[in-house]
Design a protein around this ligand. Structure first.
Ligand code: GLY
Length: 374
């Protein structure tokens, strides 16, 4: 059990801060904070679910109706994305697990169920039968040309929407697709040492594996820390839904790599394999995503093994709270020092909404929360 003093203090700081910042942010879709204020990208950006998801987490504890109202408004605004005014990609899970599924789990709203099932159908439709992967992105800008055969590690976090859809409809097809994708990830992304690729490219016609790409990491053979945290957390969630030992063993392998490569303050640099860490930015979001996944992983393993994962999570979260938290600052983000896309130089060393979301999720778990929106 974690030392409750700092956990309760962290939760109080989170609740007070979000009750304050939500008055300005309202029902919008923040991604990165610049000069103390969150931006507001359009609702089709992959991060659209994190702010409403965070509001639902706090609503669950506080019953603050204003937060529920903002979260619900965000979900309704996402209907324009769901109804095809925008081009959907693989990130439907990130977007609708934390909005529609969360709402449905908490309120049984039938509209939320319908939205989440439509999103799951879109996601299932991106599955490539030959390569057994869910296609990443669409080729709508220069970064993503000729990407029909690309799959990415982040997509593991989209699979819970498919598992949930199967449980909800009693139709196993969604879960079959999720498991085939997860199997491909274990085989093609996770290296023997437990580190992970970001992007693996397949021939979309034959399914043959072609190459790995560096993507948001430093290089094809490096270990982008957020990608590794998606792997740790996502494989654990696949295990939770399927009880397939393959995912548990892979999640452990990734966790061991992640924990063993953390620096002294337990919060990773943006890539675990940089030529030098001098001047390199951290990615606090990778720490938060991994910590929440480690708490979940600790719940999946034998009692003797659990402290390895749980205590690592507590170390990361305590450091995030004490060294990276923006509690008494003129700053809307909760966690400082996140890195979104270092190779493109975009949103480096800033608060990021997914860092905030997973920090809040992880602290809520340390306080005893066991129900997941995923
Ligand atoms: N899913 C994209 C990222 O982690 O930045």
């Amino acid at each position: 059990m974690a030392d409750l003093n700092w956990v309760e203090q962290a939760w109080n700081d989170i609740v007070h801060k979000v009750e304050r910042t939500s008055a300005r942010i309202g029902a919008t879709f923040p991604h990165a904070s610049q000069k103390g204020q969150y931006d507001s990208p359009p609702p089709d950006f992959w991060t659209a679910g994190f702010w409403p998801g965070l509001l639902w987490l706090i609503y669950k504890d506080t019953n603050n109706e204003k937060l529920k109202q903002f979260a619900t408004e965000c979900e309704i605004k996402l209907d324009d994305v769901l109804n095809d005014f925008y081009e959907l990609d693989h990130d439907s899970g990130f977007m609708w697990s934390l909005t529609a599924v969360a709402n449905y789990k908490l309120t049984k709203n039938p509209d939320s169920r319908r939205r989440a099932l439509i999103a799951a159908s879109h996601l299932a439709g991106r599955f490539n039968l030959k390569g057994k992967y869910i296609r990443a992105w669409n080729d709508r800008d220069d970064h993503f040309r000729d990407n029909i055969g690309w799959a990415i590690i982040d997509c593991l976090m989209n699979l819970p929407l498919l598992y949930w859809a199967s449980e909800e409809t009693k139709d196993p097809r969604f879960a079959f697709i999720a498991q085939e994708h997860a199997n491909t990830v274990v085989k093609e992304f996770i290296r023997p040492d437990g580190s992970s690729h970001h992007i693996v490219c397949f021939d979309p016609h034959t399914g043959e594996r072609l190459e790995a790409k560096g993507g948001q990491g430093f290089a094809p053979e490096s270990a982008w820390s957020r990608g590794n945290s998606w792997a740790l957390h996502g494989l654990t969630l696949s295990y939770l839904y399927t009880q397939d030992e393959l995912y548990l063993q892979a999640a452990k392998r990734v966790a061991h790599f992640f924990i063993a490569n953390l620096p002294d303050d337990h919060v990773p640099y943006w890539d675990f394999r940089l030529p030098t860490i001098e001047g390199a930015p951290r990615d606090s979001s990778a720490g938060a995503i991994a910590a929440s996944g480690l708490i979940e992983l600790a719940r999946c393993v034998e009692p003797l093994e659990a402290p390895l994962y749980h205590d690592a999570a507590v170390r990361i979260l305590k450091s995030l709270y004490e060294n990276y938290g923006a509690w008494n600052k003129e700053e809307e983000g909760l966690l400082l020092h996140g890195t979104s896309h270092f190779p493109r130089g975009s949103n480096v060393d800033v608060p990021l909404i997914y860092g905030d979301y997973f920090f809040v999720e992880a602290i809520s778990k340390l306080r005893g929360e066991t129900e997941l929106f995923w």
